[in-house]
Design a protein around this ligand. Structure first.
Ligand code: A2P
Length: 268
């Protein structure tokens, strides 16, 4: 009887545990990390999953996080804000390689190619950590197979907050897997609002006054040719939504594809 007790496996400490493989701190407010990928996890680039840690009460403390890595990657990458008194991120920001996190392998989301009708040009509009789903989509061959032009705008308060996205975009052209596909299709349009940089201002303002179109040599956003995905704060999403509707684009969903889709950048 004692033998049986000894061989009975204990319940796992962490259900759906994955191991942290890499952590990078970009600013005192931003970090990215990579974890092992459950073998059975299939997802579409742009989707999100619930991840987290065990809370003090022993229950999982989970938040929605966009997967920042492409669907072909062996590992999963996430890009996160650090909120000093945030229940999850105040602790998550201290993870180290070898630590375990909880990951519920049920990907969902609307920032997926399937939710858009075919078009010629796709716009990815992001603020802050809203860049995460686009970090996935920008590394997905399907993005370049579907569109002739891919424009990614990223608005942050300061230059250092653009760095994760800037490095990712810079590496794409030399990427052995998709570099050739990317070719000259990709246009990166970073802006800052609270620190001097080559391009200043909220992207919403720059769309309204036509600066973006002049800079890129494009004659506007049209429902016949343009598609958009939007990810940022609630206020940002609302403002971009109004702009897209003004250009004549309609909001799409997985079940009803149209011309643009929106998702909130979750953890704040
Ligand atoms: P701003 O500095 O003018 O508020 P945050 O760090 O607060 O999440 O903001 C990230 C970036 O998004 C900031 O550059 C911020 O500009 C910008 N932003 C916030 N709200 C909006 C909005 N409604 N429309 C456009 N840009 C926005």
């Amino acid at each position: 009887m004692t033998a049986q007790t000894a061989t009975t496996p204990k319940p796992a400490m962490l259900p759906d545990a994955q191991t942290v493989t890499e952590v990078r701190h970009w600013t005192d407010r931003l970090f990215s990390f990579r974890v092992t990928r459950p073998q059975s996890l299939r997802f579409r680039s742009g989707e999100f999953v619930m991840i987290g840690l065990l809370g003090d009460n022993g229950k999982p403390l989970l938040r929605a996080y966009s997967i920042a890595s492409p669907s072909w990657d062996e590992e999963l990458e996430f890009y996160s804000i650090k909120v000093p008194d945030g229940p999850l991120t105040s602790r998550l920001q201290h993870i180290q390689p070898g630590d375990q996190i909880i990951l519920r392998p049920k990907p969902v989301g609307t920032l997926v190619h399937d939710a858009l009708l075919p078009g010629k040009r796709i716009w990815f509009f992001a603020t802050g950590t809203g860049f995460a789903p686009f970090a996935s989509l920008l590394r997905d061959p399907e993005t370049y197979e579907r569109y002739d032009q891919v424009i990614v705008t990223h608005t942050c308060r300061e230059l250092a907050e653009l760095e994760y996205g800037r490095q990712l975009v810079a590496a794409l052209k030399d990427d052995p897997l998709i570099g050739e596909l990317v070719g000259d299709k990709l246009h990166y349009y970073p802006t800052t609002t609270r620190e001097d940089s080559p391009r200043m201002g909220r992207i919403t303002t720059l769309l309204q006054d036509g600066t973006v179109f002049r800079d890129l040599g494009i004659d506007g956003i049209k429902p016949e040719t343009d598609r958009a995905m939007v990810c940022g704060s609630l206020a940002f999403n609302k403002d971009i939504k109004a702009l897209m509707e003004g250009f004549g684009l309609r909001e799409g969903a997985n079940s009803d594809p149209a011309e643009y889709v929106v998702e909130k950048a979750f953890v704040d």
